[in-house]
Design a protein around this ligand. Structure first.
Ligand code: BDP
Length: 691
């Protein structure tokens, strides 16, 4: 047992769980044309149920008692099913009684919807739910639910902690690794319908003919699972691989080159999704070189893919040296003036927060500030800033916090989720992207628990209102065990985990204190890097008197980028939620917190709490020995030991550093840092991924 089978392990259920399904779920009957997608759906259902129920559940021609009907299109009217609100990907699960026969129906307009319905039914059985009277309708809120692989063509993965890239470019297109099929199954099981194969820090080579062949082979494997393939487009590709002298989007030759490139790709991959672009950001080329705007750049690519139905996901992750006062404000400053200037097939892909995937950030002020433009959400599944693969940090609560945040741009209830799904402003397209944590490790994600983040991303992209705890519980039951006591223990750890990481790394609204380059471990003292906003000291601004980034009127006034109601709350020292305190305010060390502690005492308390929580998990996990398989039990136990050690290191190094500035002692009862500040500063990590 090594985690390879993710949440799709169809092991036989215990007898008491199985018995309730005895009369139902006997055979699968297709009332639909047998397309490649219907075949994989039927096979998955048959394999899954046969495994779970410990008896053969075949695909058969006849709908006898206990049949599961897969129904699309016209056949639905035979059963009085109304599919009109299901769109392309939605589905119904119904129990029907036909005389004495009980039938389970999965119905959808399109084959992809059927496949999603199959996985839902399997999940119900995997988690032991009652299916005797089903009446479920499920329709995704977001159209494009896509993974972003930051995978390079040499198989290294930017911010990857799970081995090499799964895309084996050298052997493609001739050899199709069976893993690609398991990857597609796993994604389809959680509703993911797109994958960007390559890094946002892009390499134009992937757009050359041999690579287009390779991409087409991957696309062929993904297609039956309803997954479209996308690529990152390097803006300077017309120069690098096209022989042109410029990549100026206003140049007709450049436009023609991209249009021709799109035609070439679509000839090989008729359902190609489109391009993801990082431009004029961290050294990536873009339209600014030619004094053109992001809109001019994006529109050129949008025009190239539009005749084929493709989209352009243009990233808002930009910051330049020109506004050293507050990096937080730059994307808004650059993009808001362009609202209304983008083609209808452009989505502005925006990270959840304005800085960079920190353990906690307030929602990005762009959400709600570009009403005429569809904004897509970009979450980071890979844990670049939350402890890499070894730390347990279940991220759904963090994502959900942002999706539920209220922008107030159209009054109360203008949540980020409603902006993303297009409902607040009436957009036709919507997207949510997750920066993938998948690699060639046997367990796919570098740790057992990081599988849950992949899983939860898909579920939240389908339904941004889904409850993180319910998603986690499904995942635990499918992945580890159906034993209620064990489920409770694991779920408890998961639900505490993100807050624990915030506490031991960046409590009370701190951010970006991580080590230079690799982002491994604490380095709040770093101050000498080339650009001001690369240094942790730029973010915490701690000195003798206090700590925190003043983003109110007396500081950068970034709060003004939010709607009035939100700005007023964030700007008010008394009203700002504690978790964003130091994000928006520079506060004196002796400021009295709601707890009655001073800010300094509160900070020490939070750092200490973070470590304490992790230590507690080690005991809880130990109580599961023998109740889950040995292989996964051991790995998690070892990783928790690493996490405890590193949580301590984070706490001690940060406190040692802050004490060196404020000259304060630790409050009574709190252990001193294990080492001196100089010792922490002297630590180097040549083997940390990302070096
Ligand atoms: C940062 C990563 C960097 C990425 C960049 C991005 O450190 O590796 O290239 O984001 O999103 O978080 O483009």
């Amino acid at each position: 047992e090594d985690g390879y089978w993710l949440w799709l392990r169809y092991d036989e259920l215990p007898q008491e769980m199985r018995s309730q399904y005895r009369g139902q779920l006997r055979q699968i009957v297709l009332e639909t044309e047998e397309t490649p997608t219907v075949s994989v759906a039927a096979r998955e259902l048959s394999d899954g149920l046969s495994g779970l129920l410990g008896r053969n559940v075949p695909v058969s021609d006849e709908g006898a008692r206990g049949a599961i009907l897969l129904v699309t299109g016209e056949a639905a009217s035979l059963y009085d099913l109304d599919l009109s609100d299901l769109g392309e990907d939605g589905y119904l699960l119904r129990t029907l009684t036909d005389g004495r026969r009980k039938l389970t129906v999965i119905a959808a307009n399109e084959d992809d919807g059927l496949l999603y319905g199959v996985f839902h039914l399997l999940r119900l059985v995997q988690t032991g739910e009652d299916i005797s009277d089903l009446n479920i309708t499920s329709v995704p809120r977001i159209d494009i639910r896509v993974l972003n692989h930051w995978d390079n063509l040499d198989r290294t993965v930017e911010r990857g902690y799970a081995g090499q890239s799964i895309w084996d470019w050298h052997k493609l297109p001739d050899y199709i690794d069976p893993r690609y099929t398991d990857y597609a199954r796993a994604n389809a099981s959680i509703g993911i319908n797109g994958t960007v194969l390559t890094n946002v820090n892009a390499n134009a080579t992937v757009l050359t003919p041999p690579y287009i062949e390779k991409v087409a082979a991957v696309a062929d494997t993904m297609r039956p699972y309803g997954i479209q393939v996308y690529l990152t487009a390097r803006f300077s590709a017309p120069i690098e691989i096209g022989g042109l002298e410029t990549a100026d989007p206003a140049d007709p030759a450049v436009q023609a080159w991209w249009a021709g490139k799109a035609d070439e790709i679509y000839r090989k991959i008729p359902d190609f999704g489109g391009f993801l672009v990082k431009a004029d950001s961290e050294g990536q080329p873009g339209p600014h070189t030619y004094h053109r705007t992001h809109a001019e750049g994006a529109n050129m690519l949008a025009d190239a893919v539009a005749p084929h139905g493709g989209v352009v996901m243009w990233r808002a992750f930009v910051y330049s040296e020109n506004n050293p006062v507050d990096r937080h404000m730059q994307a808004y400053d650059q993009f808001v003036p362009l609202d209304g200037k983008f083609r209808s097939n452009v989505i502005i892909q925006t990270k959840n927060g304005a800085i960079d995937f920190q353990p906690r950030e307030p929602f990005h002020p762009l959400f709600g500030a570009m009403p005429e433009t569809p904004l897509g959400m970009e979450f980071q599944i890979t844990k670049e800033y939350l402890g890499f693969a070894t730390h347990l940090a279940y991220l759904a609560p963090m994502w959900s916090e942002v999706l539920r945040a209220d922008t107030f741009v159209k009054g109360e209830g203008s949540t980020v989720a409603k902006i993303i799904d297009g409902s607040l402003e009436g957009h036709e397209i919507s997207a949510m992207a997750g920066v993938s944590n998948i690699g060639s490790d046997r367990n796919w994600t570098g740790s057992q628990f990081d599988q849950a983040n992949w899983y939860a991303f898909g579920r939240l992209a389908w339904d941004p209102a889904a409850e993180p705890a319910e998603i986690a519980e499904d995942w635990v039951r499918m992945t580890f065990t159906g034993d209620d006591g064990a489920v409770g223990t694991i779920l408890g750890m998961m639900m505490e985990s993100r807050e624990a990481v915030v506490n031991y790394m960046t409590p009370l609204g701190l951010g970006h204190l991580m080590g230079t380059g690799h982002h491994y471990g604490p380095a709040p003292w770093v101050s000498e890097l080339g650009r001001p906003e690369w240094n942790p000291v730029y973010y915490h601004k701690a000195d003798e008197d206090g700590i925190g980034f003043d983003r109110t009127k007396s500081g950068s006034n970034a709060v003004a980028q939010y709607s009035d109601a939100v700005a007023a709350e964030f700007a008010d020292l008394e009203a700002v939620p504690e978790e964003y305190l130091l994000w928006f305010h520079h506060v004196s060390w002796d400021y009295e917190m709601p707890s009655g502690r001073t800010l300094w005492e509160e900070l020490v308390h939070r750092y200490t709490e973070g470590v304490r929580t992790v230590s507690g998990w080690r005991g809880e996990w130990a109580s599961l020995e023998g109740r889950i398989d040995e292989g996964r039990y051991r790995q998690v136990a070892d990783f928790l030991r690493v996490q405890e050690k590193e949580a301590r290191w984070w706490r001690d190094a940060c406190l040692a550093y802050f004490m060196s500035l404020n000259g304060l002692d630790l409050p009574a009862g709190y252990a001193p840092p294990a080492r001196t500040l100089d010792e922490y500063k002297a630590m180097v990590f040549p083997s940390a991924p990302g070096n």
